[in-house]
Design a protein around this ligand. Sequence first.
Ligand code: GLA
Ligand code: ZN
Length: 648
Amino acid sequence: MRIGVDYYPEHWDKSLWEQDADLMAKTGVRLVRMAEFAWSRMEPKDGVFDFGWLDEVIRLFADRGISVVLGTPTACPPLWFYEKYPDAVMVDRDGQRIRTGIRGHRCINHPEFRRYARRIVEHMARHYAGNKAVAAWQIDNELEAYHCFCDRCADSFRGWLKEKYSTVEALNRAYGNVVWSGEYSSWNQVQPPFGHYPDAWMNPALMLDYNRFASENVIRFSSWQASLIRRQCPGVPVTTNTWFCEHMPDFYQEFKDLDFVAYDNYPPTRLPEDPEACVSHAFHLDLMRGVKRAPFWIMEQLSGGPGCWMPMCRMPSPGMIRGYALQAFAHGADTVLFFRWRTASIGAEMHWHGLLDHSNVPGRRFTEFANLCTTAKSLAFLQGSEIKASVAILFSFDNEYAFKIQPQTEGYYYFEQLQRVHRACMELGLNVDVVSEKEDFSGYRVVIAPEMYVTDPAVSGRLHTFARQGGTVILTARSGVKDIHNNAVMSPLPGVYRDMAGASVAEYNPIGRDQIPLIGADGQAYRGTQWCDILEPEGAETLVRYDGDYYRGSAAVTRNRFDRGLVYYIGTVGDEALYRRILMDAAGDAGLEVYPDLPPLVEVTTRTTADKVCCFVFNHSPEPRSVTIRGETLSLEPFEMKIITRNP
Ligand code: GLA
Ligand code: ZN
């Protein structure tokens, strides 16, 4: 298990480089990421390249046994480039060119930008080909599915649509453009969703396609860079560092062309008021592992208090630096790099804290980091280990986009719905993979398919087969609602899932932030919020009913035997206890081992090697906790992780 740091030698006086390399080596740092924003130093003038300074730093690291990750600097073209090509700057929804002097503001479809990007990437990759210190490449930085509204990008969108629909008539049909006289009679009339109208005024079918286009567009850009790098510098793995931003590219497609997944992980330093929200980054980690179903890297990990995009936040409390990194290992990371070695003393990010403060005196956080480096070394035996999960949660980018386009009710957010079921799995110590709905999920025992909103017939078909063959499926409200174009399906909900669920939705009620009491068949009380599907069982048994409002007594949660399998349908957004109960039952049906007595905010995950099962027990809470696992009692300090190993 490797620990690394993100480093910006171009920000510091040369006299610090050697000191830094010495301290890194002494501390146990094994990897350093550099150069992802340093275009103006690597190509100070058009066509004039200078890698001398970078060679020198890389040599300092290599001499001390430290490898490097090199970032292509395409998020930050130098200002001399924009001076020549002012129209290579992105255009916002209102048609205004955004400003230079920030980062990530280039239009990735601009041919001159592509030409210059190609040149710097090829120069860099050629220059470092064969350099044994280079362990990996990072493409750009935190690529998003950019929404650039320049003419070129609008044309590119039209081209994408032409390929998909061939004729405007087919496009009109798919989008239902008859509404508000939106029918196209020529391709020129097709526009991306411009302007500062609320998204709600736009055609949801157009919006979904636009999101798909934006995702494919940036993925083409990253695949293109990967191929440039591989041609010049073969044999070195290529990735990009991703994160959960407003416009996420489809990670499953994005990383198909890349060698491993890398993710930027910043768990909150201020614990959320709602203690359950503490565990949400466990969900993020499981999602990242599920992208390639393989070990992944954290390319940037919390090192100090955040604070440049907002006023300064709390510093990580004692235990967080170490605990959150070990938690990443527990969820399948095998390399964690900390953002950043030093806190910047210049530029916009000077209040986003690194491991070393402005004082340049290693302090509490640094000591904890050094201690982590020692622990990581002792975990070498985990390299190549697997996380075996019998439970999967399905994730869909179509749904991610579609729910953002049309929020269903106050407080209802797709990610959060997934997190609710994920949290219940965590509370029971169940390993869980978050995987693409497009993946083959036949090897799992329980498949949780929340909010299967936009219907891909191939996916619903596979879910049917999975259940018929004996799997347990958990479905929730807002499933089977839309067709693949994001138009509403005209049949009783949950549409294509009705037969599996053995129930249909007689009526629904989006109750927003209101709450509704629920009552289990055994008398147990729960609470629902946000959404109520008033269910009519058609063969399914009723597990939980509404206990209030005009539908008191109607079914809220059902379970149906479907051929050899079982299908749960959760028609409301429940409290923690409800999901816990359903997951307990589903795990019981499937014969899975659970840890029902974990104290709140203690997480248990397992990684399996050829001859060991390693159980990671992590205390998420700011309080000490005591926990008994298979007869062994452990005491955990706040944010402490303990690892127990046993034979398989
Ligand atoms: C992101 C970026 C970094 C830096 C950090 C902190 O993760 O990738 O370059 O900006 O945020 O702000
Ligand atoms: Zn553009």
